[in-house]
Ligand binder design. Sequence first.
Ligand code: SF4
Ligand code: ZN
Ligand code: ZN
Length: 310
Amino acid sequence: MAGRCKWCGGEAEVFLPYARLRLCRMHFRDYVVRRVRQTIERYRMISEGERVLVALSGGKDSLVLLHIFSMLNSGEVPGASLDCEVEAVTLDLGIRGYSAKSIDVARSHCKKLGVRHHVVRIAEVAGFTIDDVASRGGRPACSVCGTVKRYVLNKVGVELGFDRLATGHNLDDEAAVLLSNYVSANVELLSRQSPVLPGRERMISRIKPLFEVSESETAMYAYFEGLKPVEEECPYAVAPSTHRFKRVLDMLENEAPATKISMIRGFLKKIKPLLEEANKALLKSCNVCGYPSSSDMCSFCRLRRIYGAM
Ligand code: SF4
Ligand code: ZN
Ligand code: ZN
């Protein structure tokens, strides 16, 4: 790439059109780390000294997220330090040929960064694996897997006494989900879409620190830092329905850089508060397991009734 790094004058390797910024490899990393620090501050995601559990799947975004937390904790990047206690958790979903590899990737990443790593087998919590679900046919594996992951990550976070559960959702994920919820006019999901969800009894606060970092930025970060995400693809993966929204948003972003970020920020600032007012549905508790639910039996317990030995 032609051009010089704006900060040190060295050879630039990255050009960020929305900021008209050329950066070398090291200053690109510092720029991303600082942006995440600002996001944490702007949305009040973490207070000093809190305990944060990072959901580490072994995919690119979660590896980058944990790496950024290590950078923040080390104070290596000027103006971007954060004093919090970080550990990571990986779920063993019981998917043959995939789960073991993701756990290996996650484990060695944690070892390298000196982060304590928990591995939780969903079979122990749910009584079934995702392979069991797939072999039974019926509901798509991904839809069951999504519910199970949300439930088990929350349970682990609550039981181990963490203050926050951090996930690696990036700007492209969030913008695509937002557009998809607009298109289907799903007011309930729109009113819940947020970079930080507060905790309550038996519900850990969820945060998305990469919320303002784009997918191409996490990809470059992972590449420059030599992070090696799990290479295998989950055998049950299907193209998510948000893919076509991502394509549309990429087109808009190409023509008008910063479209995605202004869409997200505008939504959070001006539209979401109105929706929340209009949609104050009270969360109840599941009669079976006691964890938060919007009906008498939570969707996880319903799944356990279908697939597991209750
Ligand atoms: Fe679970 Fe689907 Fe992801 Fe596989 S692709 S890990 S089944 S959500
Ligand atoms: Zn530089
Ligand atoms: Zn339940």
